[in-house]
Design a binder for this molecule. Structure first.
Ligand code: 13P
Length: 246
């Protein structure tokens, strides 16, 4: 399958800097053979939708509401995202779990809401350093994915999974290719047990992926792409990761 490289801009960007970044990405991906998406802050969806229109770069969001519509101040619905041509939405990022109290059940509902709207949820799972050191990595990621499988049943082959060890996010500490592959294989087995189509599911690695380490990570058999934070804000670095994926 084609690899998927997704940039998660997090809470970064401005109208001026987005225009410069996306212009460089458009030039650098014109002949790209892999799937590329940028998950931008909600206020910039319209801007980036216009910039990437007609290109091979897909538009993504960083979160969705688990509710359909109504009295949920500050939330953004899937229907609103669809209005702006959004193809992917990150759900259950560890920063949302940690700072906004998102539980496995909420993440599963968000994934369900996205799927129902025709948006591909990029479901994030990952253990903290304390959990890894306690030997609980497998248990934690399996519990997180199980909630989404339970709620979404046979649609599970329509999701994207991102394994993002919390200790590797924004720290410059990357999981080694072997460490990442080991967890990806666990997630693949869990998906296979739930769906005959499990091999279609992209399982992305995220956590300090950069221009220097991407090729090795992406060469692992169950690493189907990357969810890139800091390095997605620099066109040269993001394009180097995209090149490493093909
Ligand atoms: P960094 O690439 O900055 O470590 O962020 C990873 C991430 O959280 C992507 O969602």
């Amino acid at each position: 399958m084609k690899k998927l490289i997704a940039g998660n801009w997090k809470m970064n960007g401005s109208i001026a800097s987005n225009a410069v970044l996306v212009q460089s990405l458009l030039e650098g991906t014109a002949a790209s053979q892999c799937l590329v998406t940028v998950c931008v802050p909600a206020p910039y969806l319209a801007q980036v939708q216009a910039l990437v229109a007609g290109s091979g770069i897909d538009l993504g969001a960083q979160d969705v509401s688990q509710h359909e519509s109504g009295a949920y101040t500050g939330e953004v619905s899937c229907a609103m995202l669809r209005d702006f041509g959004v193809r992917y939405a990150i759900v259950g990022h560890s920063e949302r779990r940690q700072y906004h109290g998102e539980t496995d059940a909420v993440v599963a509902e968000k994934a369900q809401r996205a799927l129902a709207a025709g948006i591909t949820p990029i479901v994030c799972v990952g253990e903290t350093l304390a959990e890894r050191e306690a030997g609980r990595t497998e248990e934690v990621v399996k519990r997180q994915l199980a909630a989404v499988i339970h709620t979404n049943g046979h649609c599970i082959s329509e999701i994207v999974v991102a394994y993002e060890p919390v200790w590797a996010i924004g720290t410059g500490k990357t999981a080694s290719p072997e460490q990442a592959q080991q967890v990806h294989a666990v997630l693949r087995a869990q998906l296979r047990a739930a769906s005959a189509q499990a091999d279609r599911v992209h399982i992305l690695y995220g956590g300090s992926m950069n221009a220097a380490n991407a090729a090795q990570l992406l060469s692992q058999p169950d690493i189907d792409g990357g969810l890139v934070g800091g390095a997605a804000l620099k066109a040269v670095d993001f394009l180097t990761i995209i090149a490493a994926a093909q």
